[in-house]
Design a protein around this ligand. Structure first.
Ligand code: UD1
Length: 368
């Protein structure tokens, strides 16, 4: 019997941990799972909505850290997580992704001599100005079991000197959530509420500090958006960080004036799935959305200079363009040329069964 603390902190963690918790709860003879929420994300639309949509049970422990600078937020998670691990003495702590909570909880656990499993290990953008890249590099150095979503991730880890025995290629667990919820998302009424016609609109998401904390970069992206919106309505669910920056830059009026752009609150998992899975085009700086659009064959234009998920470009539907107005415009025009990229392939092991492989990898390592 393995006792496992599963950690969630921010929005992109919930859809990765939900299938793992569910699988552990089914295998009661082998696993005792606990769920710890650090509270890095706390707005209803960024957290509670996802628990409901993904049928995630209430966390056993909520650390309620909230927002702060990187140092303060990471430190707060560490301080509050340490007594939980000391008290519970789990066999494993399982962390996912690359947010501050991921690194903080991994670091606390290894120092207490508790084994750490990292889901989505080995992704590298090679851009060390991204906070997530630092979180990924450090978490992978200290974790005992590195569960990778793709072959390139394993190659990255081996090239950093991580022994092959610590690496297990399990596939992409986000896609487990995608498969499970596609049908449920069909009941969402979000497209009717926004008066959208299937395949005749684009979806935009934007929240990376590199894009939204700099007004010149944000402006360049927005100019491209205004042009794209002349051809196709654009729906833009706004991340709280982005909303805060738009206000700070005094860009509210320009955004409100944009014809054919719908600014809406962040959506829950099912509404957002319903929205992007029926879109003609997605523009994003998110990591996970590059993967989800690849599996569904939806053209994706990534508004970043690099991606830690190159397989979405080589096999999937993704084009990485950065923040240059003209490049975004050209990529959007090219993507609109074909409703679905027809030569895309779904990457190996992005098949909806990754949670099972993760559990099997934990069992194979057992208590040692
Ligand atoms: C974090 C992750 C990022 C992930 C993103 C998804 C890190 C370093 N970054 O970035 O990798 O892609 O989550 O959303 O961990 N805020 C709210 N309500 C919330 C959460 C945040 O208002 O529920 C606002 C706060 O003003 C906060 C800001 O958003 O200061 C940034 O939040 P934070 O969690 O620090 O980083 P994200 O930009 O969300």
């Amino acid at each position: 019997m393995l006792k496992v603390i599963n950690v969630v902190g921010a929005r992109p963690n919930f859809m990765k941990v939900a299938p793992i918790m569910e699988a552990m709860k089914r295998r009661t003879a082998e696993f005792t799972p606990l769920l710890v929420h650090t509270g890095q994300h706390y707005d209803t639309s960024m957290s509670a909505a996802f628990f409901q949509d993904l049928e995630l049970a209430e966390p056993n422990v909520h650390l309620e850290v909230g927002s702060a600078s990187h140092a303060r937020q990471t430190a707060a998670v560490m301080e509050r997580f340490e007594p939980v691990v000391s008290r519970e003495q789990p066999d494993w702590v399982l962390v996912v992704g690359d947010v501050n909570s991921t690194l903080a909880c991994a670091l606390v656990s290894v120092k207490l001599g508790i084994k750490v499993a990292h889901v989505e290990a080995g992704l590298r953008s090679r851009d060390r100005t991204m906070p997530e890249e630092i979180n990924r590099l450090l978490t992978d150095q200290i974790a005992d079991l590195l569960l990778t979503p793709s072959e390139d991730a394993g190659a990255n880890l081996r090239s950093e000197g991580i022994p092959a025995e610590r690496i297990s290629f399990v596939g992409n667990v986000m896609i487990d959530s995608l498969h499970k919820n596609l049908e449920r998302a069909a009941a969402s009424t979000i497209r009717e509420e926004l008066s959208l016609t299937d395949k005749q609109y684009a979806v935009l998401t934007l929240h990376r500090p590199s894009n939204v904390d700099d007004s010149a970069t944000f402006s360049r992206i927005w100019s491209a958006l205004e042009d794209i919106a002349a051809t196709l309505p654009v729906v833009f669910p706004i991340h709280p960080r982005t909303r805060k920056m738009i206000k700070e830059f005094g860009l509210n009026t320009r955004l409100a004036a944009a014809q054919n752009v719908r600014l809406i609150e962040p959506l829950g998992y099912l509404d957002f799935l319903s929205l992007y899975s029926n879109a003609r085009l997605v523009l994003t700086d998110s990591g996970g959305i590059q993967e989800e659009t690849t599996v569904l064959g939806i053209p994706c234009v990534t508004l970043r200079e690099t991606t830690e998920r190159p397989i979405t470009v080589t096999l999937g539907t993704n084009t990485v363009v950065g923040s240059d107005t003209e490049k975004i415009r050209q990529a959007a025009i090219a993507a609109l040329g074909h409703a679905r990229k027809n030569n895309f392939r779904i990457p190996p092991l992005w098949d909806g069964h990754t949670a099972t492989r993760i559990l099997n990898a934990l069992i194979a390592r057992g208590l040692h």
